[in-house]
Design a protein around this ligand. Structure first.
Ligand code: SF4
Length: 411
């Protein structure tokens, strides 16, 4: 679901305010940025909603076509939206088939979870209820990073709201809640299943945190979640956290040198606070520095983006200015220029390159099914380059020995 506009503690930002309880009130006073991605997401949601309504409620073919054609005329419409929303609909149909009998289905359901989060409300893309199970599904059009449904606070808040909304009709027949996040552009479909009891316990556990975040008495806690915060460039707490590398330079313990290990004065280093330490960082220290510095680059980029915008708006940023970046020469009229080259006697074959479309472009052209059927056998996926990741990362560790024999794998 696109972010809710008016809830201070929105479900979509829950993973941020549950950790940094100061964020909501801090962000409140900062300008909201709108992006083309958000507008694209809203349009894709509107198409997804229409398809789900056609599938699960009564809608004439004519009404459906009229509304769909209108959406397709929007300037941001991309034919890919038609495919990704078809995949979403396929997944909803599969979800419905998990029930023993036809479930009750509702689309774009406004839910209220203010019992747990002050003034909390949101919209579920799709809710299904049947037997003892309530299912909610969220369509995400973005293709940044896959979002897991497991333990996802946004989904849990929606589920709490949906439970409350349908309690009057279904009473306590609902015993479990299935929460799914569909990201067809990333081929990512994630589901979590928990009991109603677990969900209510979780809801009660976050009440004091939500209260703190709402009150404005929260604490600033920087971390991975800062990347979507409106104050990410100007936040002092984040800036302080990212200066931790500076602080580290005087903190290497003198005990790092074992007696007789090195010749003093030649191979030792005296820190600013007078400690004699080994001049080489240990691997453990490298690991520690990497952990401390992991958000540094993103933070620096956010600062650059902020400063650029301020300068573009005519506001000074001390010590910095804007200059024209590198640019490349270009034709004012490429077709006319090419014709002039041919007229000058150059063969057309020398003037044009004939390039095949990329794999992704062909897949987009043909659609996933036909692509897999007709040319899937030509597709291989080489093992990716080894990439440094935190030890807690869910992916399997890269094995250099095994990779020598791995060759290629098909997807
Ligand atoms: S930038 Fe990070 S630390 Fe600062 S308010 Fe936002 S989420 Fe909290």
């Amino acid at each position: 679901m696109p972010p809710e506009k008016h809830a201070l503690l929105s479900a979509s930002a829950a993973s941020r305010w549950l950790t940094c309880t100061a964020a909501p009130r801090f962000e409140e006073g900062l300008p909201e940025s709108t992006s083309a991605y958000a507008a694209e997401g809203s349009l894709a949601h509107a198409i997804a909603e229409l398809k789900a309504l056609k599938k699960f409620t009564i809608m004439t073919g004519r009404t459906y076509s009229t509304r769909l054609n209108k959406l397709k005329k929007e300037p941001l419409y991309d034919p890919e939206m038609d495919k990704t929303t078809d995949l979403y609909l396929e997944h909803l149909t599969e979800q419905a088939m998990l029930y023993d009998s036809t479930p009750t289905v509702a689309v774009e359901v406004r839910v209220d979870f203010s019992e747990y989060v002050p003034e909390g409300f949101g919209t579920c893309d799709c809710v299904m209820i049947g037997g003892d199970t309530l299912s909610i599904t969220d369509y995400k059009h973005g293709k940044g990073v896959p979002v897991a449904a497991t333990g996802n606070p946004q989904m849990r808040l929606y589920a709490l709201g949906a439970l409350k909304r349908y309690a009057a009709v279904f009473g306590d027949t609902i015993k479990q809640v299935r929460m799914s996040i569909d990201q067809p552009r990333l081929n990512s479909y994630s589901t979590d299943l928990i009991t109603v009891e677990e969900l209510l316990d979780w809801g009660n556990s976050i009440k004091p945190i939500a209260q703190k975040a709402f009150s404005g008495l929260g604490e600033f806690v920087p971390g991975e979640h800062c990347r979507f915060c409106r104050g990410k460039a100007q936040c002092r707490a984040r800036a302080n956290a990212n200066s931790a590398l500076e602080d580290f330079k005087g903190c290497v313990p003198a005990a790092t040198i074992q007696p007789g290990e090195l010749v003093p004065q030649v191979h030792s280093y005296i820190t600013p606070n007078g400690n004699e330490v080994h001049p080489l960082l240990t691997d453990a220290e490298v690991g520690d520095l990497l952990i401390r510095g992991q958000h540094l680059i993103q933070w620096y980029k956010d600062l650059e983006e902020y400063a650029t915008k301020r300068l573009m708006d005519g506001k000074p940023i001390e010590g910095w200015k804007l200059v024209a970046g590198r640019s490349v020469r270009t034709f004012t009229d490429q077709d006319a220029a090419i014709q002039a080259v041919i007229a000058a006697g150059y063969d057309e074959a020398l003037v044009y390159d004939r390039k095949p479309k990329t794999l992704s472009e062909l897949e987009k052209l043909m659609g996933k099914t036909e692509f897999a059927e007709k040319i899937g056998s030509f597709v291989v996926k080489p093992l990716g380059k080894p990439t440094l990741a935190l030890a807690t990362d869910k992916r399997e560790a890269y094995n250099p020995a095994a990779s020598d024999f791995a060759g290629v794998v098909s997807e």
